[in-house]
Design a protein around this ligand. Structure first.
Ligand code: DAT
Ligand code: MG
Length: 160
């Protein structure tokens, strides 16, 4: 299966609550792997670029204030179908709506303190990865166990 990349952000609420490790672990456990990772504080300018689609929404000012309020960890995570699967793992946007078993549904109960960002499409992923990472900050590598994570079709276990 062919690789995809997505941008994840461990948001300030997750950082302040000491949940970054647990959240990042879920993606590793699922078989996805980290190709870019940085601890950073999002500037007003970067937040405005990242959330440009929401700039006319009533919640925009609060969203920018929240996202720039403290450290975050930005990650580029790779693997087959990772954009869609990461969204499923995150759960619904408002933490109080998110199903148990999802990141937002296991760690959050508020509306906007929803712990994690993940790109919502491959077009968004491309744009967001380029916004947060320079090409040289992304490392090309393949985990040693990749065959046992994703190559089920090689054994005839699945068909497209
Ligand atoms: P998602 O983060 O699930 O992709 P989104 O892109 O629609 O959701 O919105 C970006 C963030 O803005 C979201 O994580 C939480 C906040 N947000 C969205 N809609 C909101 C609303 N109606 N009221 C308050 N915050 C909202
Ligand atoms: Mg979004």
């Amino acid at each position: 299966m062919s690789e995809e990349r997505t941008l994840l952000i461990v948001k300030p609420d997750a950082m302040q609550r000491g949940l970054a490790g647990q959240i990042i672990s879920r993606f590793e456990q699922r078989g996805f792997y980290i190709v870019g990772c940085k601890l950073m504080q999002i500037t007003q300018e970067l937040a405005a670029q990242h959330y440009g689609e929401h700039k006319d929404k009533p919640f925009y000012a609060g969203l920018v204030k929240f996202m720039t309020s403290g450290p975050v960890i930005a990650l580029v995570v790779e693997g087959p179908r990772v954009v869609e699967t990461a969204r499923t793992m995150m759960g619904k946007t408002f933490a109080y709506d998110a199903q148990p078993g999802t990141i937002r549904g296991d760690y959050g109960a508020s509306k906007g303190f929803n712990l994690i960002h993940g790109s919502d499409s491959s077009a968004s992923a491309k744009r967001e990865v380029e916004l947060f990472f320079k090409p040289e900050e992304i490392l090309e590598w393949t985990p040693a166990n990749r065959g046992w994570l994703f190559n089920d079709e090689d054994l005839g276990a699945t068909s497209e």
